[in-house]
Design a protein around this ligand. Structure first.
Ligand code: GLP
Length: 240
């Protein structure tokens, strides 16, 4: 695991975009694992700029998202499908058939996750973008007594519901369950870029890099990945 600390969020985002941009230019058919949340918005903004101003071509890439709320479809503003369109996909030339996000409206969530797992296993990502939850979760792999190895239906922790309720009109509206990639699929990526910014994530970053590998801090498993870059801003790194 390599940790790089940047002076601020924008510099962190810019450098992450440079890495992703270089990957796409070197291999136009790259498979990118993408994340949602506030953290990667700067990266996506910069990728859109590279597309508009520097001819970065996304027409051959495949995008595979980490997770989705159970019960929300792409028309719901709180869904990750909606988020990805709003902050990236609607602004670049990715082909819609190359976009993969778990189906939040599935009537058989377990089957959906079984299918997503086979798909992810057959499509190892060239780069996986990750953010971290305040409680150390990655995707929706929540802290537990064992790592959530497989694609699964996650029961969201109160801390996660509290943190993510800002994307909804009120806390009651946020689904209590989500469809999530498992740790095994996340670790399957050739390169992982974990983005962390802001003082509120300082404890999570400290736990992830200094606390040993344990399922109570799911992100700590990244210590075992051979090619994981943690990009943080100064505020997030203040406890290191
Ligand atoms: C959600 C997502 C995670 C994301 C996390 C942090 O729970 N499932 O993939 O990393 O939020 O989000 P934010 O960047 O908004 O803090």
């Amino acid at each position: 695991m390599k940790l790089i600390v940047y002076p601020d969020y924008d510099t962190m985002s810019l450098n992450a975009a440079r890495l992703v941009g270089a990957q796409v230019r070197t291999k136009p058919k790259s498979i990118l694992g993408l994340a949602t949340g506030s953290t990667p918005k700067g990266l996506y903004r910069e990728l859109i700029r590279l597309y508009n101003e520097e001819d970065l071509d996304f027409s051959e890439i495949t995008a595979i998202n980490l997770d989705e709320y159970l019960g929300l479809g792409p028309d719901h503003q709180g869904s990750y499908s909606f988020f990805m369109k709003e902050f990236l996909f609607d602004h670049i030339n990715i082909k819609s058939e190359n976009i993969h996000i778990p189906d939040g409206l599935t009537i058989n969530a377990d089957q959906e996750m079984e299918n997503y797992e086979s798909f992810c296993d057959s499509m190892p990502r060239d780069i996986q973008i990750l953010g971290i939850g305040h409680n150390g979760h990655i995707a929706f792999c929540e802290p537990a007594d064992e790592f959530a190895k497989h694609c699964h239906v996650a029961k969201l922790k109160d801390q996660t519901l509290d943190a993510n309720s800002r994307f909804f009109t009120n806390k009651e509206e946020i689904p209590k369950q989500a469809l999530s990639m498992g740790i095994k699929q996340i670790l399957n990526a050739r390169k992982i870029i974990m983005l962390i910014n802001g003082e509120a994530k300082a404890e999570a970053l400290k736990g992830m890099v200094l606390g040993g590998v344990k399922p109570q801090i799911p992100a700590s498993i990244l210590q075992l990945h051979p090619n994981c870059i943690v990009m943080a801003d100064k505020a997030a790194a203040k406890l290191l």
